[in-house]
Design a binder for this molecule. Structure first.
Ligand SMILES: Nc1ncnc2c1ncn2[C@@H]1O[C@H](COP(=O)(O)OP(=O)(O)OP(=O)(O)O)[C@@H](O)[C@H]1O
Length: 767
């Protein structure tokens, strides 16, 4: 068959499918209208029925029944409306691009030849024949995993072998086939090149049409409790998570909803960046949080270190040693073991007070807490204490009613306050004593309510004193010298911690162990219903934090993704992370995947950034050609600014949006000011709480994490601006660029960059 004939036939097939989609759309719209009308009608009659059934004692039996039926009907209609809405949303996408691939195959050993088309969602005709298969259906795995010839795939009944005879990829725009390729490989490079050559928008896009085989392993993994993905910059880790969430929501449909999946992301700009991917695939977004937000929810009054403070904090060697120690998995274990001893002593309490008077003293509370036998686990112990305290409080009520303040308070009540104490207006009493007693009871009950609430909320615990006691015990349990910490250093650290807590300003590395001990005592967990936890940019977490998250979501399966070469917060400690994390999971349920192909940048940019890393790192550039990165070396500061502006203009000519990435916020602010005074329009990204603006940006490196831009200009990579520790920082900066990378410097180039052989970049010295 000729290409022309092929295309004619494919276009004819496409037209037919589009007709079917349109019919389906019309049907769904009709369903939606009917459901809406029904909901409206039920809403209208709902109120009437209630009135009909109302007797003096409230709602009659018949009325109640009718309400229940109405509610059921309403819920059912609402569900149907929602389902239809969601299906319609998918169809609205399918009508433009019904599918992106075709597979011809034959089931082995003796199946008939079959042809299927794969798209964003499934569609069947009236006879239940599949016109389009969802990309997540079991059969679609062949498209991503296999070459031509014999291939196997997983069905619900086990493995099935097929012989694939054709793999065809389509680019369809507005219902027209633009072009198609037949390919023998998994996913043809031609298609990938076409996708990658497109310029970025400010939002990440779905990659379903070109998922690579190694990425597909991550997306479709359903066996591992821990899936650990180490991947080079731009290797599609984030893209893979987003498709994986969509896959899981499809695979576990009816058992999993998007509220049971949480993604811990590096910052809120990143959340904005990925916010469209799942909706584009017809799915709802999962919960997205930064680690700091997660802790912040727990202690809303404590001010946590900002990203800027975390990144820019300078530490003395002693501080570093201590942070290293309290961030380690060993410290986590130490705390876990310490908590086991708390059943015998070491938990501190606070007095429970009423009007500044001690109602239940901390000594009394401690006695209650510790009078439960050793068979009580900490969680049961606290629950039992709570129950006992509430009972005691109840017992206090009678005694409290006789206190002098009660009489005085009653006498001073305004008539409005009095009215509120009665059960109903003009309440009658046999005697004035009975009335007084009634009022005293009511008043005391009301006053004791906040105390009861405190008991419910476990405010009788003193977590700070308990934690301080733990810190004091540490030198007796651990050889601190092995961590290069002296007893005096440790003591100073304890004081510092106390002072920080009083100021309500804490480092993340200090807050996590504090919360963990509290959780151990109270049995507090994160959401037990959470089924999947994703952590992106894992290299920025400490082993302690990861162990804490694992403790917090004990029933979830974990997907951790990161690039140890981009660890810009936890400097130098990242390589041990995998080893530490593995300890938390059963080895048979752990899978480690390496992604070595880098898709984001042109070949020239990837080869250049690779040179920044020490040897031995496996990164394969995707062969998408582009310009060599260029270094603009100025003699004076002013020239560096002019060179930057000229580069911006060149980037504009190519319709590239540029991110000018700086070392820190201060530099970003300074530069933005200079650009503003010379009328160059750029947006300064100063905080992670901002939305991602389009156009040219000035952004400090720690906020650019996880993002990508058409063009990147690294600002002021002059000697002396970075330290030898900043290899990863420079790597992170440079690897954000998709099509164009420029480095500006003044005087001498930063030695880490100057060490790169000159054939990897083009240097212009500005005189
Ligand atoms: N299979 C693919 N098909 C098309 N585009 C892809 C594919 N894989 C990755 N990409 C694109 O490559 C770019 C980089 O991907 P992504 O941001 O997921 O990488 P990453 O590994 O998270 O990078 P980093 O660690 O540097 O933040 C994105 O634009 C993504 O859409």
């Amino acid at each position: 068959m000729t290409d022309v004939e092929d295309k004619r036939q494919e276009q004819a097939h496409l037209r037919q499918v589009i007709v079917q989609i349109k019919q389906e759309q019309a049907k769904l719209k009709q369903n939606i209208q009917t459901a809406q009308a029904d909901i409206h009608e039920i809403d209208r009659t709902f109120g009437d029925d209630v009135h009909v059934g109302m007797g003096d004692d409230g709602i009659s039996m018949a009325g109640a029944l009718s309400i229940q039926q109405q509610q059921q009907m309403l819920a059912e209609r609402n569900n149907s409306w929602q389902r239809s809405q969601q299906q319609l949303m998918v169809l609205n996408k399918l009508v433009e691009k019904p599918y992106f691939a075709r597979l011809d195959f034959q089931e082995l050993p003796s199946g008939k030849p079959e042809t299927i088309y794969i798209g964003l969602g499934s569609l069947t005709d009236e006879d239940n024949n599949f016109l389009i298969y969802d990309w997540r259906a079991p059969i679609s795995a062949i498209y991503y995993d296999g070459d031509l010839g014999q291939v196997t795939y997983q069905t619900p009944d086990g493995e099935q072998a097929v012989k694939v005879t054709l793999k065809r990829q389509f680019i369809i725009e507005k219902g027209q086939i633009q072009t198609f390729f037949d390919t023998e490989e998994t996913i043809g490079d031609q298609m990938l090149l076409a996708v990658l050559d497109n310029k970025a928008s400010t939002k990440m896009k779905s990659i379903v049409t070109t998922i690579q085989r190694e990425q597909n392993q991550i997306i479709r993994d359903t066996d591992s409790d821990l899936l650990f993905v180490q991947g080079a910059a731009g290797s599609g880790k984030t893209a893979a998570i987003m498709q994986r969430v969509a896959y899981l929501l499809y695979r576990y449909r009816h058992k999993l909803d998007s509220g049971q999946v949480v993604l811990f992301s590096p910052n809120m700009l990143f959340n904005d960046y990925v916010s469209q991917v799942l909706p584009e695939m017809g799915e709802q977004n999962m919960i997205q949080l930064t680690y700091s937000q997660y802790l912040g929810h727990r202690l809303p009054k404590v001010q946590l270190q900002t990203l800027a403070q975390q990144f820019e904090a300078t530490q003395t060697p002693t501080q570093q040693a201590i942070i290293h120690f309290v961030s380690d998995y060993q410290f986590f274990q130490l705390e876990t073991q310490y908590a086991q001893l708390l059943g015998q002593g070491g938990v501190y309490f606070r007095d429970l007070r009423l009007h500044d008077r001690v109602l239940l003293s901390r000594q009394q509370i401690a006695q209650i807490y510790y009078h439960f036998g050793p068979q009580y686990r900490l969680v049961n112990r606290i629950e039992a204490t709570k129950a006992k305290l509430l009972k005691k409080l109840q017992g206090q009520l009678q005694r409290e009613m006789k206190q002098e303040w009660v009489q005085t308070a009653i006498q001073n009540l305004s008539s409005e306050q009095l009215r509120q104490l009665y059960d109903y207006p003009d309440q009658e009493f046999a005697t004035s004593e009975a009335e007084e007693k009634f009022l005293a009871h009511k008043l005391v009950e009301k006053e004791l309510q906040p105390v009861a609430r405190k008991i419910q909320q476990l405010q009788f615990l003193n977590p700070t004193a308990t934690y301080q006691q733990f810190l004091r015990s540490v030198p007796q349990i651990v050889d601190l010298a092995a961590w290069k910490i002296t007893p005096a250093d440790w003591q100073e650290y304890q004081q510092q911690f106390q002072a920080d807590l009083q100021k309500r300003q804490l480092r993340l590395s200090d807050l996590t162990p504090y919360l963990y001990l509290y959780d151990l005592i109270t049995g507090h967990h994160g959401d037990l219903k959470m089924k999947f936890v994703f952590i992106d940019e894992i290299q920025d977490y400490t082993p302690f934090q990861l162990a804490y998250l694992k403790y917090s979501f004990p029933r979830a399966r974990y997907t951790l993704l990161g690039d140890l070469n981009q660890s810009i917060f936890v400097k130098g400690k990242a390589p041990v992370l995998l080893k530490e994390v593995r300890k938390l999971f059963v080895p048979e349920k752990t899978r480690v995947v390496q992604l070595t192909h880098s898709y984001r940048s042109t070949q020239q940019i990837t080869e250049f950034t690779k040179q920044l890393l020490q040897t031995g790192v496996k990164i394969q550039a995707f062969h998408r050609p582009g310009d060599l990165p260029n270094v603009l070396l100025a003699k004076k500061q002013m020239q560096m600014l002019q060179a930057l502006q000229q580069q911006l203009r060149q980037n504009h000519d190519r319709h590239y949006a540029t991110a000018i990435i700086t070392r820190n916020l201060e530099q970003a602010q300074e530069l933005q000011e200079q650009l503003r005074s010379s009328s160059t329009a750029t947006t300064l990204v100063r905080s992670e709480n901002q939305r991602l603006a389009s156009g040219d940006l000035v952004i400090p490196v720690y906020l650019a994490k996880g993002l990508e831009f058409d063009a990147v200009i690294i600002w002021n990579a002059s000697a002396g601006e970075f330290t030898s520790q900043d290899r990863q920082v420079l790597y992170t900066m440079a690897s954000r660029a998709m099509h164009r990378l420029t480095i500006t410097a003044c005087g001498q180039l930063e030695p880490l960059l100057a060490a790169i052989p000159e054939n990897y970049y083009q240097k212009t010295v500005i005189n």
